[in-house]
Design a protein around this ligand. Structure first.
Ligand code: C2E
Ligand code: MG
Ligand code: MG
Length: 644
């Protein structure tokens, strides 16, 4: 019986394509890729040995040693692929630590292949597996069935393992990983009954090709600039790690001055710089033997993920990275200085979920840079990140249960010696987290879109207050209402505000809308339309937090602001004497443009005096009053009026 070798030739061609494409697609880094590459290489050796063996068999009598060696090689390497595939599944499910720790799992994995190898060794003497008969023909021995039992064993083990971790995979990945098993079963059955059809390797290689196309996809996991794992791979890997309760340590590396470097170097330059940083980090990973998985998440954020058996290396690796990043990088003859923040986080001790890990990683940029390595154990605030995880839910509940409240902070007019206005500030008290700062919930509401409902609520409450009888008694000129940038970009904002004014019979001059400097910097078409329409209707605008952004004078001049609110940061006059000169000239310029000034965040009498001397018209701050609920605010103003 002569065997058909063509299936093996096809398998060999497929394997060569796989090998070359895997290397060219740079899918060689990381445990998963290495394992896949090992499977391809082992399959290639098995196919090579099989082709050789079949050709020798088909030549007929003679060359006994060659036949014997090639058949043993084929059986050995062919039988190695199923256990390797189980190891690959372990890596896919990120349950390596379980295999590593459990003797039972190792035994279960190695036992059948161990038996097969033993029988193979003993076959030299006993010829139980196969032998060459009198005509030098390859003939199966009485224990040949062990190979099939081993194959069936691994097939069942693989299916059970995959099903157990089903929830870790998308449908596409799950079925691609499963494909090896039915293909193997069909091939084994065919080859068992019709040994001349040598299809087992072809089936195995077809499944590997399928997996390569569906699972080993570089565009999904590799960042093309740095060659490191990308953001989606990081989140998927970390999600799996947390689900499997695996211990890891992460070195988070954020290049804090990434934005300015990108502006300075341009897209090509920054890519070159990132490549240099990636090479440096890979070098440190090698020299420190920390065996970490490396990721680049974008915006100058790199991550080193270290497994338990290499925890000893974490500390030194973090220190080495921190020092190495302080050195200058040469780029086209220019010295580039990185400002980077390096932080070690132990998971799950410090951080217990992916969302908090990502948020913490982003917030690292706001850490006060001191050149030292940070530790999440010292700077991570779990309450804050738990709140951030819950924030959308909290906002929805607050809207539906009407839990928001408006507080008012009085604003004092120096020339008129009375409180002439107030700022409406939103407050949210949650049962679980207590008072939540608007600095936290406003940005979250902007992201989720709930700011529109919240903004409407604030405007309506303020209009209701202005139209009330008690407001008439207070002799206030207007109430200032904060507008968020997202609200300004809402096309029906102007009509909505005018409708509310009409509904509550509020004069446009009784409302003053505050826009922050950063919001004003967008100066987008819809926003300008809104501003224009509202200004024409008689509503005045203030520029809030002036001094915190770029403080662009041209923008101030081109937008219809009536008031400029100097940010709290201007109150640190003692700390920097030059600041006073900046302030004096800024105030003069603003006044020359016919705008009035509110000094915000004034906490002391001394500051009131200083800002009065600088001819600021209005003062707002804790010195007079904190933001207070409406009834207290009414009493506060009434008492102030009585005291004259
Ligand atoms: P903002 O508009 O600049 O409001 C002034 C902030 O400074 C308020 O913080 C106020 O409590 C605080 N403040 C006032 N006087 C002093 C002082 O003497 N010392 C210090 N240290 N702080 C003082 P708050 O209420 O936490 O609000 C923070 C920010 O949240 C506001 O800054 C505003 O941008 C935003 N916000 C508040 N309510 C609303 C709202 O209804 N809508 C929108 N879009 N944003 C709001
Ligand atoms: Mg404000
Ligand atoms: Mg402000």
């Amino acid at each position: 019986m002569s065997k058909l070798v063509y299936f093996d030739y096809c398998a060999a061609i497929l394997l060569l394509i796989l090998l070359v494409s895997t290397i060219f697609r740079k899918m060689t880094k990381g445990r998963l890729n290495r394992l896949f590459l090992v499977m391809v290489a082992v399959s290639l050796i098995a196919v090579g040995a099989d082709i050789w063996a079949i050709n020798l068999d088909n030549m007929g009598v003679g060359n006994r040693t060659g036949k014997y060696i090639t058949h043993v090689m084929y059986l050995f390497f062919h039988g190695l692929v199923p256990p390797l595939y189980i190891v690959y599944l372990v890596a896919q499910t990120d349950t390596w630590h379980r295999l590593y720790k459990s003797v039972w799992m190792k035994l279960l994995l190695l036992f059948p292949y161990g038996i097969v190898t033993m029988v193979m060794v003993l076959n030299f003497h006993f010829h139980n597996l196969f032998y060459l008969d009198a005509k030098d023909t390859y003939t199966r021995g009485p224990l040949f069935f062990i190979l099939y039992i081993s194959a069936v064993y691994y097939i069942i083990m693989g299916i059970i393992y995959l099903c157990k971790y089903r929830q870790l995979f998308s449908k596409r990945r799950f079925f691609a990983l499963l494909s090896l098993f039915p293909l193997m079963v069909v091939a084994v059955v065919i080859q068992y009954f019709r040994p001349e059809y040598v299809v087992e390797m072809f089936a195995q290689v077809s499944a590997l090709t399928f997996i390569s196309m569906m699972v080993q996809r570089p565009e999904e996991i590799i960042d093309t600039t740095t060659g490191l794992g990308k953001f989606s791979a990081y989140t998927a890997d970390m999600r799996r790690t947390f689900q499997n309760h695996k211990n890891i340590q992460i070195i988070l590396i954020n290049i804090i001055n990434y934005q300015s470097l990108r502006d300075m170097l341009g897209y090509e330059g920054i890519d070159e710089l990132l490549q240099k940083v990636a090479v440096l980090l890979e070098g440190i990973n090698k020299s420190q033997h920390s065996n970490a998985e490396l990721y680049y998440l974008g915006s100058g954020k790199f991550r080193f993920v270290i497994e338990e058996s290499f925890f000893k290396r974490t500390e030194l690796t973090a220190q080495t990275i921190n020092e190495a990043l302080k050195a200058d990088f040469m780029l086209n003859g220019t010295e580039i200085n990185l400002v980077s923040c390096v932080c070690v986080a132990k998971c799950p001790q410090d951080i217990q979920d992916v969302e908090s890990l990502l948020a913490f990683g982003n917030d690292l940029n706001n850490q006060h840079y001191n050149g030292e390595v940070f530790y999440a154990a010292e700077i991570y605030k779990p309450d804050y990140y738990n709140l951030m995880k819950d924030i959308n839910h909290i906002l929805e509940r607050a809207i539906s249960e009407k839990k928001f409240e408006i507080y008012y902070q009085p604003i004092y007019s120096i020339s008129e010696k009375r409180f002439n206005s107030a700022e409406a500030l939103l407050r949210l008290k949650d049962e679980k987290y207590g008072f939540i700062s608007p600095e936290i919930f406003i940005p979250a509401a902007e992201k989720s879109g709930s700011i529109h409902k919240i903004g409407h609520y604030v405007l309506e409450e303020v209009c209701r207050f202005i139209s009330s009888e008690e407001f008439q008694r207070l002799n206030l000129d207007y109430i200032e209402v904060n507008l968020s940038v997202v609200q300004c970009m809402q096309s029906n904002l102007a009509s909505e505000i005018l409708k509310l004014l009409h509904q509550y019979k509020v004069q446009p001059s009784q409302i003053n809308l505050e826009i922050t400097e950063t919001a004003a910097s967008y100066a987008q078409k819809t926003m300008m339309k809104n501003l224009d329409c509202l200004t024409k209707a008689g509503i005045q605008f203030s520029l809030d937090d002036f001094g915190t952004g770029y403080s662009n004078m041209r923008r101030i001049a081109s937008m219809p602001f009536h008031l400029i609110k100097l940010d709290k940061t201007f109150t640190n006059l003692e700390q920097n004497p030059k600041m006073r000169i900046v302030l004096e000239n800024t105030i003069r310029m603003i006044k020359d443009m016919n705008m009035k000034i509110v000094a915000e965040g004034i906490e002391t009498e001394c500051l009131v005096r200083q800002f009065a001397e600088l001819h600021c018209e209005y003062i707002q701050g804790y010195y007079y009053s904190r933001p207070i609920p409406r009834p207290e605010f009414v009493t506060f103003i009434e008492q102030a009026m009585e005291q004259g």
